[in-house]
Ligand binder design. Structure first.
Ligand SMILES: NC(=O)c1ccc[n+]([C@@H]2O[C@H](COP(=O)([O-])OP(=O)(O)OC[C@H]3O[C@@H](n4cnc5c(N)ncnc54)[C@H](O)[C@@H]3O)[C@@H](O)[C@H]2O)c1
Length: 330
């Protein structure tokens, strides 16, 4: 893979990245429109903050360029549906980066689950200590609405789909800001760090008879399960598959009333995590099978995310499948 050009609205960031990639000044653009008008390329990679994904997709689709885009598909449900329709109408291909499915720890967990018969339910826990403003990387993650879910939960909803092999049929639960619940942003330790909602608890009923539970917390002050250290427990017919921040995968099962614990040999792959995404994308463009997180499938993870926001706002159970079907019909 070679870089034909780079676009960044921040000239300094553009310069730094251009130098790192060894690109000439003629291949560096601060204006996306100009870049899409003049550059010859085979495909486009989108790694801007979520609210700019839609604009970049429209420019790429107008040029007939296939797209590898960072999650989430877009920052709102309306933009997500618009991206889907734009991509379909243009007849281009789009893969969504869901790198966490392909880390060795998750591939090992999947290997454990495969040994345990049917999945009953999965529990996922993500918890970071981002009580200081700016500690979650970019500033936009501290200011945007629904930041935990849009920037973080989208990975975890996608992972719960991956671990249960199910698509959310319904979702209920809440996202909240513990400061606002108490009447003022600063009314909770670290509450000033976020303007949106840093905490969430949701339950999903999946289409295949499994269930899933998600706990997300960006104000964790005790045990953390931050990025690449998320905890998952998958309860199955033949026992439970367990993964925690030590990255070890265990199968816990009962034999004659006695608890047996067995550690699972880690799975190793050549292209893990993020590097699995361009590898899958390039294979697909060259005629290989469509990867699991193509737009047509990953829109289900994104529908789960925006259904979660609606469920919390309206204090009700949202039918994710119906929400997706009716949006795509219009
Ligand atoms: N898959 C993962 O593990 C992972 C991890 C981090 C971020 N992300 C995703 O990557 C994307 C970018 O996140 P980030 O943390 O790198 O954000 P960021 O704020 O660091 O932005 C990345 C770059 O985009 C530039 N930019 C902003 N608006 C632009 C526009 N309209 N056109 C061109 N360039 C623009 C910024 O100047 C910046 O240099 C988001 O969608 C985020 O969710 C994914």
């Amino acid at each position: 893979m070679e870089f034909a050009a780079l676009v960044d609205v921040n000239a300094e960031a553009l310069q730094t990245a251009g130098e790192k990639l060894g690109l000439p000044a003629s291949a560096l653009f601060t204006d996306p429109q100009k870049a899409f008008e003049s550059v010859e390329a085979d495909f486009c990679c989108i790694v801007t903050p979520p609210q700019f994904h839609r604009g970049a997709v429209e420019l790429a689709a107008a040029r007939g360029l296939d797209i590898l885009s960072e999650k989430p598909i877009a920052a709102t449900w309306d933009d997500t549906v618009s991206v889907y329709k734009t991509v379909k109408q243009a007849g281009v291909r789009m893969l969504v980066t869901q790198n966490y499915r392909y880390t060795p720890r998750i591939l090992t967990l999947k290997k454990a689950i495969a040994q345990l018969g049917q999945v009953n339910y999965a529990v996922g826990r993500y918890a970071s200590d981002y009580r200081v403003r700016g500690s979650w990387g970019a500033e936009f993650r501290h200011t945007m609405p629904h930041s935990l879910l849009v920037e973080g939960g989208i990975h975890h909803f996608d992972q719960l789909r991956n671990l249960t092999n199910g698509d959310a049929e319904t979702i209920s639960g809440y996202e909240w800001h513990p400061g606002f619940v108490r009447g003022a942003q600063g009314g909770f330790g670290g509450g000033d760090s976020f303007e949106g909602e840093p905490c969430a608890l949701f339950v999903m009923q999946m289409h295949n008879g499994t269930f899933a539970h998600y706990e997300g917390n960006n104000l964790a002050s005790g045990k953390t399960n931050s990025w690449h250290g998320e905890a998952y427990r998958v309860e199955c017919e033949g026992g439970a598959a367990i993964l925690d921040s030590d990255h070890k995968v265990w199968i816990l099962s009962r034999e004659n009333g006695e608890l047996k614990e067995r550690e699972i040999e880690p799975v190793m792959v050549e292209f893990a995590g993020h590097s699995a995404m361009p590898q899958q994308f390039l294979d697909w463009l060259e005629g290989g099978e469509a990867p699991p997180t193509i737009l047509d499938d990953n829109i289900k993870s994104n529908a789960t995310l925006f259904a979660a926001i609606t469920a919390s706002e309206e204090k009700r159970v949202v039918n994710v499948r119906e929400m997706l079907e009716s949006a795509l019909e219009k």
